[in-house]
Design a protein around this ligand. Sequence first.
Ligand SMILES: [Zn+2]
Length: 243
Amino acid sequence: MTRENDSKDQFSRAMVVIAHPDDAEWGCSGSVAKWCRLGWDVVYVLCTDGSKGTDDRDISSEQLVQIRETEQRKAGTALGLKDVVFLGYPDGYLEPSLDVRRDISREIRRWKPDVLITTSPNRDLAGSNYIGHPDHFAAGEAALSAVFPSARDHLTFPELLHEENLQPHKVGEVWVMSYGDDANFWNPLEEGDIERSIAALKSHVSQISNPEEAGNWMKKRRAALGKQIGSEYAESFRKFKLN
Ligand SMILES: [Zn+2]
């Protein structure tokens, strides 16, 4: 099947780099569920602590960090993730700084992903009614810069090699989450992948006012994307194969 990820036989490790708890559940959790079903090792790297995402004035930032970490770990269990790494930068203030880039490079060298998924570094003003979150662009920019060239060059962030003994690593493919015109790859998904991804989404109780509605919306969106390739469900990405 040509529309299938044609590298799946040799690939077995993936990493998802996002800004906040729940970003991956909205953007790529069907693909993550599929990889876990196929026996891949999948790791999430969360750049921020999620400390700003509430309207509830009775919850402190510190409480929210704990709540959202617990929710993200629960979602990870529903999907079958190998691990969830929290870099801990403050929510809402993320910049694609060298510190963030080095921290993501460290995780890439540690986990050696074949495929890395992240959010788009670009604000898409033509795509939808959603203007986008600055942390998502920053996480995407830092992740792409970590993939190329920081994680693969031994002379960049040399402390990773000399102090932490982390060898350079070349990522095979990057998939940027995309629902707009720039998508060039639709990953076909099965019913079970969708069910597990929705269960993961529903773990983010503090972020979703109506879990049933959210789950149904997500299922419909993935069904519409699947239709574009003759599959029951799909998620779309801008995919890059790196040499
Ligand atoms: Zn987010």
